[in-house]
Design a protein around this ligand. Structure first.
Ligand code: BGC
Length: 766
């Protein structure tokens, strides 16, 4: 009996065990999976810890942080060495980790991996400023497409680009990553870049939202800005890019705006971004931009904290447990992150080759670089170089050591960089040997990069006798965390000026010419030396193919068609933000007041009648163009008009021209810039005698200004002068249009108000 009892009990227990095993299996099977079940069901199945892991990134730059329970394997996935960051995975719910890489001018990952002989270099494309100077969204889109292909082929999900902050001051250390002083150029170029990048099925994170316009005290600087300047200038480029190209993510910035960190501003990240602009993607912080209040960031709609740490995960868990963070807010942010994960190549299991087509991308990089170069000066047709030139005297360290791009997270690990010396040689020019040899020897010592090699008078005289022309390169670089110095970076060094002077004298004495090439990260001082050379080519930072691209322009293989997207001031003190950059710093407060308000760049130079060295929109060509009188669809404005003009190449060389539409608005009620860029278009390559018709659509939105006191964008009643120009100063045609009644084009919320009076300076109303 006892035996039977024991037997039946065991049998009973065994069957129970079997049943509970099945139950467990069934439960596992029943667990919702991302992609199969709705995101809401997946979230409902998540533990609080898992939710916290989704809104906090997986750690910094290849050093994922351990979780509180010590586990790490299987949760973080930095499968791409050198990637900037990743999200955390929750494998039991089918949520993989997505990987994010920098940066705006090419993929930034480690080129070498432990134990592998294969390399993982990436193409260094021209930097943002160079691309904007093309004024050609189509070519920028082609760069985005090639660049995004490398992101995809290396197996990454999100590229942390483009950078679309406004170049408020020429000393901004990251200006090279950004596009322009003007929000329209910024927005249109950014939209093209995003379209190109995302056409590869990867996501972009447009950055740094908003007003990350300086590197000095970048994480603690409190920027006092009027709502009007924010809306008309600093937010506008983001808005255009988001409207037109729908980036998957937005990265908030490090700085504070009007007293609060941008990542903690609900009015910015929810009211403006989502309610007013209808943005549907997610928001992430900048890396380590989370030193502040996690609950405020979560509430504001900053969905993901990067790079992320175990401490932050624990904090989220504790905040929910102690009711200082509503779980509904957490769920909302988790949902937005998961929506991004759902679209990612990793989630979709897209295969990748680790073998992008570098040859094709190099070609694209070279063409875009040439298209972004701006011919600043060309007296007596110095350029293109006459053929044949037997020997070129190539001066300046940077002629032998090109600067392809800037420093920091925007840097690219490229396989090579083509110097100007290499570019000219490949184009068939002979270089003056003795100097070339000395420079090349000098350049092998990296310590010498920023110290101009001394060239004696005798050497220059000899080179002037033996060569037909001199080309001298001036270089400048800058990068993240540091603004440029006025004395040593913006202004030319005495040794550089001296070299330009001596080369000009020696070559001019022999009836020969001097060309200066500027391989620079941002606008520089040109006063006091720009009269000396016969030609000046602004090559910006042109990416790895730079030497070839500069040679393409110098030789005339490509006719320059770049235009300045940023003003070159005559004096640094003429820059409208000069007196308020980079702000003041006391022990407890670091602050900068944007007193120039909406008067940035040409808006200031033109309205306050200050003559720049080279104006916004400026750039020469090897040919000439005529711009035909404007035709308007109507001279009375209803909702929109179309403006057409014809551009004809009237010279002897094929070339492209940019037509810029500036509008002067009535300014009786509030101050307005004397003119603002409202549209632009670039022609195709026009053969001599060829004509192209360009059409522009102008809407009432384009006529409107932001009224702080009315929380509204209003197009004032009155006459608007529409100008077709080839720079902000070279107005070629114009026509008047009448808006019979004022139009409130958009009523918005009152947000982002300054906590201090800005006391903006204003021009007198005419
Ligand atoms: C930069 C971002 C960058 C991030 C990741 C930050 O320091 O400001 O632009 O994407 O690092 O590397």
């Amino acid at each position: 009996m006892i035996y039977f009892n024991y037997f039946f009990r065991s049998l009973f227990l065994l069957s129970l065990l079997h049943a509970s095993g099945q139950c467990q299996q069934k439960e596992q099977v029943r667990l919702p999976q991302l992609g199969t079940n709705s995101i809401r069901d997946v979230i409902a199945a998540m533990t609080l810890q898992e939710k916290a892991e989704i809104v906090i990134g997986a750690g910094h730059n290849n050093t994922p942080s351990a979780f509180s329970d010590g586990s790490m394997i299987g949760r973080t996935d930095f499968r791409i060495p050198g990637a900037a960051g990743a999200t955390n995975a929750v494998p039991r719910l089918g949520i993989p980790a997505v990987v994010m890489v920098d940066g705006p001018a090419g993929v930034r990952i480690n080129p070498r991996r432990k134990g592998e002989s294969k390399t993982y270099f990436a193409t260094a494309f021209p930097v943002g400023t160079t691309l904007a100077s093309t004024w050609n969204p189509a070519i920028v889109e082609s760069v985005g497409k090639a660049f995004g292909n490398e992101v995809a082929e290396y197996g990454a999900d999100i590229i942390l680009a483009p950078g679309v902050n406004i170049q408020r001051n020429p000393l901004g250390g990251r200006n090279f990553e950004y596009y322009s002083e003007d929000p329209l150029v910024t927005g249109k170029i950014a939209a093209a870049m995003i379209r190109g990048l995302q056409s590869n099925g990867i996501g972009t994170s447009i950055k740094h939202f908003v007003a990350n316009n300086q590197e000095t005290n970048r994480s603690t600087i409190n920027e006092i800005i009027t709502e009007r300047a924010l809306r008309e200038i600093y937010l506008k480029g983001f808005r255009i890019a988001i409207d037109e190209a729908k980036p998957w993510a937005v990265m908030s910035s490090y700085n504070l705006v009007n007293g609060v960190h941008t990542s903690e501003r609900e009015d910015l990240l929810s009211t403006v971004l989502r309610d007013e602009w209808h943005y549907k993607g997610m928001v992430m912080t900048d890396w380590g931009g989370s030193a502040t209040n996690l609950d405020d960031q979560m509430n504001a709609g900053n969905d993901l904290i990067m790079a992320g740490s175990a401490r932050q995960i624990a904090k989220i868990v504790s905040m929910v447990k102690h009711d200082s963070l509503d779980v509904k807010v957490l769920d909302r942010n988790v949902e937005r992150v998961l929506q991004m994960v759902l679209k990612s190549p990793t989630f979709l299991n897209r295969p990748y080759s680790n073998n992008p087509d570098f040859k094709l991308h190099a070609e694209i990089s070279r063409n875009a670089a040439a298209e972004g170069m701006v011919l600043l000066k060309n007296t007596k047709n110095t350029l293109p170089l006459a053929k044949p030139v037997k020997q070129v005297c190539l001066l300046g360290n940077i002629s032998y050591n090109l600067i392809p791009g800037g420093m920091g997270s925007g840097e690219v690990n490229k396989a090579y960089t083509i110097s100007l010396a290499q570019g000219l040689t490949a184009a068939g020019y002979l270089l003056h040997e003795p100097l070339k040899e000395r420079y090349q020897r000098y350049a092998t010592n990296w310590r010498n990069v920023w110290r101009e090699m001394t060239v004696s008078d005798q050497e220059i005289l000899m080179a002037a006798a033996q060569s037909e022309i001199a080309i001298l390169t001036i270089g400048r670089n800058s990068g993240e965390t540091k603004d440029r110095s006025l004395d040593t970076n913006y202004v030319l060094k005495p040794t550089e000026k001296d070299l330009i002077e001596r080369a000009a004298i020696a070559f001019h004495q022999k009836g020969k010419k001097l060309i200066v090439v500027l391989n620079i990260c941002g606008a520089i001082d040109t006063k006091g030396w720009r009269d000396l050379p016969d030609a000046i080519l602004l090559a910006w930072q042109p990416g790895q193919e730079g030497g070839y691209a500069i040679a393409d322009i110098l030789s005339g293989k490509i006719n320059p068609s770049g235009k300045l997207a940023t003003t070159f001031a005559e004096n640094y003190t003429d820059v409208s933000s000069a007196r308020n950059f980079p702000g003041t710093a006391t022990e407890n407060q670091k602050q900068v007041i944007y007193k120039e308000d909406i008067y940035i760049g040409y808006r200031y130079f033109d309205s306050f009648k200050i003559k720049p060295a080279y104006e916004f929109g400026y750039g020469l060509s090897y040919t000439t163009f005529s711009i035909a009188p404007l035709k308007l669809s109507s001279t009375i404005f209803k909702d929109a008009i179309t403006v057409t003009t014809k551009v004809t190449n009237t010279g002897k060389t094929a070339g492209k021209q940019v037509v810029q539409i500036y509008i002067t608005a009535p300014n009786k009620l509030i101050n307005k810039p004397v003119q603002e860029l409202k549209a632009f278009a670039k022609t195709k390559l026009l053969q001599p005698g060829e004509t192209e018709m360009l059409t522009f659509r102008i809407t009432t939105n384009d006529l409107a200004s932001f009224y702080n006191d009315k929380n509204a964008w209003i197009a004032d009643q009155g006459r608007y002068l529409i100008k077709a120009a080839t720079s902000s100063k070279q107005i070629r045609q114009s026509a008047m249009v009448m808006l019979p009644k004022p139009v409130i084009t958009e009523q918005v919320h009152q947000v982002l108000r300054p906590t201090l009076p800005v006391n903006a300076f204003k021009p007198a109303i005419d």
